[in-house]
Design a protein around this ligand. Structure first.
Ligand SMILES: C[S@@+](CC[C@H](N)C(=O)[O-])C[C@H]1O[C@@H](n2cnc3c(N)ncnc32)[C@H](O)[C@@H]1O
Length: 355
């Protein structure tokens, strides 16, 4: 399905074009060379755009823009293969639209009901306690970046709320990746844009979003500081950032233990540990504190109630963290005992970087 013209990323012909865009317009940035305009129509394929500086082609296939350079596609190939194999064996996704339309509130397949129960709790909390504050003063809706969007259920829910989501993920498949968003488009006035892209090289020019949401996705980052830096670059100055449903431990040792146990479980079940990239896999108060310091931001920790045993499943807990420029309320919650043990940048032990 071809999205309507208003959702076509805007071709930037004037580098000094105004910061404030009409709804649905996006200024692109080349993920290969960082050039932020102009982009020109590729000759061969009317839908494709070309970076005027390095020639990188933003191809649109099945309504999804590819914004991953070939070497980055190759870098993530093994991760995507392992991840998709695990997700398929967990029974993720469905062939029918009903499954997707019911998310996050109900898992109609029943195969991952416990996890969707957590997602639903978090999302209800977001709807009731967080979004209303962020929406104040944005009666025309928010420009939202849904980072690691998966099947795009969050983008769909935000679009129903009158916002303008843009979904980013490495996966494009129809069950669990950006391709699954097609189930939503009959129920929206216009489809939202989807980009196959990586968190650390976002294909967007700076300062275009009011909100960045990492829902169960930030912990896949290999370098939190870089990932956060990219997200902040894309935010307007009054923008906010939410980290939801990521594994959160007070002590690094507990997080490391979780990683070891999970790798062992994967080796046993699937024959591989799914560690081809060096994802950080969890957050701690210390990590958040260091990030806040390095990026001159401050966090507000929010704690939805997951019920007894809810969030403690798989020995982890879920984290809701909000970023605001001027809020100083987090510092008292940081676990001082773990301070400075966390290498903010760099691979985890036992992890072999590729590419
Ligand atoms: C656990 S899923 C969460 C999906 C969705 N946000 C949700 O709440 O159901 C994590 C997603 O992050 C994506 N992801 C992992 N690493 C990424 C990266 N470097 N850049 C973009 N997406 C990434 C995965 O492909 C996956 O779809």
């Amino acid at each position: 399905m071809s999205p309507p013209a208003c959702f076509r990323p805007r071709v930037l012909t004037d580098p000094d074009s105004p910061r404030s865009l009409a709804p649905g317009e996006l200024r692109l940035r080349c993920p290969l060379c960082g050039h932020a305009g102009p982009m020109v129509d590729a000759v061969a394929e009317a839908d494709d755009l070309l970076c005027a500086s390095c020639g990188f082609v933003f191809e649109r296939r099945g309504g999804i823009w590819n914004a991953l350079a070939p070497e980055r596609l190759a870098y993530f190939e093994q991760f995507v293969r392992d991840y998709q194999a695990i997700r398929a064996s967990e029974g993720r996704g469905s062939s029918g639209a009903h499954f997707y339309l019911a998310l996050p509130y109900r898992d109609l397949t029943g195969r991952n009901a416990w996890q969707w129960k957590i997602r639903a709790r978090t999302y209800r909390y977001l709807e009731r306690k967080i979004l209303p504050g962020i929406e104040t003063g944005h009666s025309g809706g928010l420009d939202v970046l849904d980072m690691g969007a998966g099947n795009c259920w969050m983008s769909y829910r935000l679009a129903l709320r009158g916002h303008r989501p843009v979904a980013v993920d490495l996966l494009t498949n129809d069950q669990d990746g950006l391709g699954a968003a097609r189930h939503y488009f009959n129920y929206l006035s216009a489809p939202f844009p989807r980009f196959q892209a990586e968190m650390d090289r976002l294909p967007f020019d700076s300062a275009q979003f009011d909100l960045v949401v990492f829902n169960a996705s930030l912990h896949y980052s290999e370098d939190y500081s870089r990932t956060l830096g990219e997200a902040i670059r894309c935010l307007r100055t009054s923008g906010q950032l939410l980290i939801l449903d990521s594994p959160f431990y007070h002590r690094e040792e507990s997080g490391e233990r979780m990683i070891e146990e999970r790798r062992e479980e994967y080796r046993r079940k699937y024959g591989f540990a799914s560690n081809s990239i060096c994802s950080r896999e969890f957050l701690t108060p210390t990590i958040l504190e260091v990030l806040a310091r390095n990026h001159c931001v401050s966090w507000r920790i929010l704690k939805p109630w997951y019920g007894i045993g809810g969030a403690s499943r798989r020995n982890s807990s879920c984290c809701g963290a909000g970023w605001e420029r001027h809020d100083r309320s987090l510092s008292s919650q940081v676990d001082d005992t773990a301070k400075s043990k966390i290498p903010l940048v760099g691979p985890q032990s036992g992890c072999t970087p590729r590419g």
